[in-house]
Design a protein around this ligand. Structure first.
Ligand SMILES: [Zn+2]
Length: 471
């Protein structure tokens, strides 16, 4: 995005101009500082430490970063932008962070519904994946998922799948932020004959994307029921050596507790603790079948939990003890899980269902409030993936990962409480503009970084492979 230097700056020497643009927010006597983008006149839900909502508010962005969040007048007096987006009547908020998904599994959306997790995995998903997953299939599926995510306001996602270097390439090309986990699982899978092979390719993947601003390589040991102790240990050792996050399905179903006890003679958290498995950033997906002692241990080890209410309800996995986690100080984010068990990637639904599910299970309507649901989908998720210093709220110095949400649909009127309206009455389809790292990925519902009709036609063609695989 180009930076237009304000007229007054043209009189300055080049050196002075560089010094000026490098220090925005001062030199008022010389006029407003040049920035790349201003979003103004919106209802700005910052999700900062004081849950500030500016109505109206404005956000100034320069390059990849937010430089100021203030009233429209204050921003206009201090900054002049190359591009301005008028967000009047709309909500401006941090982009949503999906802390657990399997993006390319959108290709199995609607396949094998209304089954429990183990039947669904073993009868449908694992066999279909064995016959269909290839680098090209993963690229096509991930692009379809990215299109859906950009269109529904997800700006960062944590992924666990195969050929993760391909996932990374298409994610970076689409401009989306990803914590991308190479799967490690004990049986032969399309990108690795053995777990040891998976670790070798994971290391190459991690090195290829080391230091990338959008892509954070990660390791994804599938679960304690699909891995032996030796491989679990080898995986966490590699993650610590490469200093990359680990993602693991953790205590998702009651069947998993039984399988863990059968295999390891311990519950999932206990076996991981005994192996000193925890990496500096470990994301525990689901965390449903967890007791109070385990919650205390997860807090002590700084393990974040990805709560996936829709997947947990659809598969009858259970309800994560989100209120107890939050009370104990465990970081909790939200996820959709793969689209085959949800069946979409809409984080607005995840927010609403997370709040409703906790209200129902606790019989307490205050269990999770609308502001808390938004927090889990933004700054809470950022803490779970270890990126709270960079993303998750609208604050100066953070990356400009921002969405603009339309508020003019009949179902969104009248507008008394914008935070409640986002959680309880809005949908992914209401997102009009999606920005990641200061770059506009979708403007007025038009995705700029993916060719929508091509992505859809390639996905339809690849779906024929899936049809054949499950005949
Ligand atoms: Zn999952």
């Amino acid at each position: 995005m180009s930076i237009r230097v304000p007229a007054i700056a043209l009189a300055l020497t080049i050196a002075a101009a560089i010094a000026w643009t490098a220090s925005p927010g001062r030199l008022l006597a010389q006029g407003p500082a040049a920035v790349s983008l201003i979003i103004t006149n919106g209802i700005v839900i910052t999700v900062d430490g004081t849950r500030r909502v500016l109505n109206p508010g404005a956000v100034a962005i320069n390059g990849t970063d937010i430089v100021a969040v203030d009233t429209p007048d204050a921003i206009a007096s201090r900054y002049k932008a190359a591009q301005t987006l008028d967000a009047a009547g709309r909500v401006v908020m941090p982009g949503l962070i999906n802390t657990h998904t399997h993006a390319a599994m959108v290709m199995y959306r609607g396949l094998g519904n209304d089954l429990n997790l183990m039947d669904w995995l073993q009868k449908y998903i694992f066999p279909a994946e064995g016959k269909t997953v290839s680098p090209e299939f993963v690229r096509v599926g991930t692009r379809l998922a990215l299109l859906e995510m950009i269109q529904s306001g997800t700006t960062t996602y944590a992924d666990m799948y195969y050929f993760e270097e391909e996932v990374a390439r298409v994610t970076k090309a689409a401009g989306v932020r990803g914590i991308l986990g190479q799967t490690v699982i004990e049986f032969p899978v399309p990108d690795a004959k053995t777990p040891a092979n998976a670790l070798v390719s994971a290391e190459a993947f991690a090195k290829e994307f080391a230091g990338d601003d959008l892509i954070t390589p990660s390791l994804a040991p599938h679960s304690v029921y699909t891995l032996d102790a030796k491989t679990l240990s080898a995986t966490s050792e590699l993650a610590r050596r490469l200093k990359i996050p680990v993602q693991i399905h953790l205590a998702e179903t009651s069947a998993e507790i039984g399988l863990s006890q059968e295999r390891h003679k311990m519950r999932p958290v206990a076996i991981l603790e005994s192996l000193k498995f925890w990496a500096p950033v470990t994301i525990g997906a689901h965390g449903v079948w967890i007791n109070d002692d385990e919650i205390a241990l997860l807090k002590q080890r700084n393990i974040g939990i990805s709560n996936n209410p829709e997947s947990n309800m659809k598969l009858s996995s259970g309800t994560a003890p989100v209120v107890a986690y939050r009370k104990a100080g465990v970081n909790v984010g939200l996820g959709t899980d793969g689209a085959a068990s949800n069946n979409d990637l809409d984080m607005f639904e995840a927010m609403r269902q997370a709040a409703f599910q906790q209200k129902l299970i606790t019989m307490d309507p205050t269990a999770i409030s609308a502001p808390e649901a938004i927090e889990m989908a933004t700054i809470g998720g950022a803490r779970v993936i270890g990126q709270q210093a960079r993303i998750g709220s609208l604050e100066p110095g953070k990356r400009a990962d921002i969405i603009i949400v339309g508020m003019s649909k009949p179902r969104q009127q009248p507008l008394f409480d914008p935070v409640a309206q986002v959680v309880y009455a809005s949908r992914g389809d209401d997102v009009e503009t999606t920005i990641v790292n200061g770059k506009v990925l979708m403007r007025d519902r038009k995705v700029l970084t993916l060719d929508e009709s091509r992505v859809l036609s390639e996905a339809r063609a690849a779906a024929n492979l899936v049809r054949k695989a499950v005949q």
